[in-house]
Write a protein that binds this ligand. Structure first.
Ligand code: ADE
Length: 473
């Protein structure tokens, strides 16, 4: 690739003789030429600027001087198949990104015109564009430098390292920040493994490549969520696997069904004022758990008798109940919103799309267990000192299935309950609900037996699953 730079400070570009770019120039991968703009100024003072027409502060670079310089450097009659780009670094340009660097690395030659002062007369880019030259006015970020030279160095380095043969190890390009994954790069470490009391994650020393890759991906997601939420909002959902989604959901981003991008959510403890929205959500989601196996009238009876605002209000006030909700922080695009359940403008409450509860089996002063707790099935045997909690359960709005919220809610509520002493969790789920059983298995539950459960007057057959803490919670 040939690169020409036109500037009033040719020495500024000397840094490009160093390092990888310098070596690429020595080897001929890069053919770099730096030109002094003042060679094209013909007055005694070699003037390159003048006052702005219409008044105002500063000086503007003269079009006649730039025109002569660029006519000299640009191959105006180059064959069409040779791609030549005139780049003008300017804070008012479009933002130069890794995508821009990748695109420009495909050109045959680049000419960078470095302005100073208030910039170059606007007719210069207009003129060359009208002569069929590809002109790009580019900014390296939202701040103002004294001139285009530092920006030109930045762009040349970013472009040159993408040229074949410039980097010693082209693998380095694969996983870096701003690559195809759309995430920042994961944190990196080298020996010594312990430095000033700081240790590296032992997974990195395990030699288990799949686990290392998963850990790094989770770290890349975590880092991007905290530093560049704008990048998370632009992630392509098609490239997010189940574990990515679970990690994102724990960190406040979930991918709705059919959506191309994650949306912000908050997983938090429920409060008294969530009670109405929770009852609505329960009425929408409970039937999913036993549809087709329990008659609709029994489901309806169960919902209207048990899953009422009063239940959720009692749970929110009971410290033996850990109740966690997932709240959407931005409205879903209308095609993803669950259909027709809410008249337009009717709901002023939180937009809840999931909840999970753990009910601790502990009598209160009156000897009563938490409201709504199920009798513990005989197959759930607690040893001495074990504190039992019923996971009752994880319900997700149909618009958020597969969004990562199920594992995120489950781990949040179980960690919270474990913090309140629960170390043996159990749950019952309908025998035909294989999807739920799979999700609980992934969360570390295993089948302990079965139970019969009464839904609104009809008996249902449930699988009972258990999980003890200390089993990797
Ligand atoms: N010249 C001055 N500031 C600049 C910026 N942010 N990007 C590119 N060129 C510039």
């Amino acid at each position: 690739m040939r690169i020409d730079v036109v500037t009033i400070f040719p020495d500024y570009l000397k840094v490009l003789d160093l390092s990888l770019v310098g070596r690429a120039a020595d080897r001929g991968t890069l053919d770099l030429h730096v030109h002094d703009l003042r060679d094209h100024a013909h007055d005694r003072h070699r003037t390159v600027d003048d006052t702005p027409l219409g008044g105002g502060a500063g000086m503007v670079m003269k079009p006649d001087v730039w025109g002569e310089a660029l006519d000299d450097v640009l191959a105006v009659d180059a064959p069409a198949e040779r791609r030549q780009v005139l780049i003008i670094p300017t804070p008012s340009g479009e933002v130069f990104t890794q995508r821009t660097a990748e695109d420009l690395a495909g050109a045959d030659s680049l000419v960078l015109a470095c302005g100073r002062y208030e910039g170059i007369d606007t007719r210069v880019p207009e003129h060359y564009a009208s002569r069929g030259i590809e002109v790009r006015e580019l900014s390296i970020g939202d701040y103002v430098l004294n001139g285009g030279e530092a920006a030109a160095v930045v762009m040349i380095e970013a472009i040159a390292r993408l040229l074949p043969g410039v980097l010693g190890n082209p693998e380095s390009l694969v996983e870096e920040s701003h690559g195809a994954a759309g995430l920042l790069e994961y944190p990196v470490y080298t020996r010594p493994t312990r430095w000033r009391d700081l240790e590296v994650d032992p997974v990195l020393l395990s030699g288990d490549h799949a686990r290392i890759a998963r850990t790094r991906r989770d770290q890349a997601i975590a880092r991007t969520v905290s530093r560049r939420p704008d990048m998370i909002a632009n992630l392509d959902a098609a490239h997010l696997d189940r574990e990515d989604r679970a990690m994102l959901a724990t960190m406040g981003w979930a991918v709705p069904v059919g959506a191309g991008r994650p949306v912000p959510v908050r997983i938090r403890a429920a409060t008294d004022s969530d009670a109405e929205a929770l009852a609505d959500l329960a009425a929408r989601t409970f039937p999913d758990a036993c549809e087709h196996v329990i008659a609709p009238e029994f489901i309806a009876k169960h919902v209207t008798t048990n899953l009422v605002p009063g239940l959720f209000r009692t749970w929110a006030a009971d410290d033996r109940v850990d109740l966690v909700v997932a709240e959407l922080l931005a409205p879903l695009p209308s095609s993803q919103a669950s259909s027709g359940t809410e008249p337009i403008g009717a709901s002023a409450g939180p937009d809840l799309v999931g909840y999970a509860a753990v009910l601790r089996e502990e009598p209160d002063a009156a000897g009563e267990l938490p409201r709504g707790i199920d009798p513990r099935p005989a197959c759930v045997q607690s040893r001495h000192g074990q504190v039992v909690g019923e996971l009752s359960k994880v319900y997700i709005d149909s618009s958020m299935r597969g969004s990562g919220l199920t594992p995120a809610l489950m781990s949040t509520v179980m960690q919270q309950a474990a913090g309140h002493g629960v170390n043996l969790f159990w749950l019952g789920t309908h025998v035909t609900n294989k999807r739920a059983q799979k999700a609980y298995k992934r969360a570390g539950f295993r089948q302990a037996g079965t139970r019969t459960y009464n839904v609104g007057g009809q008996d249902a057959h449930d699988v009972v699953m258990i999980r003890r803490t200390g089993e990797g919670l």
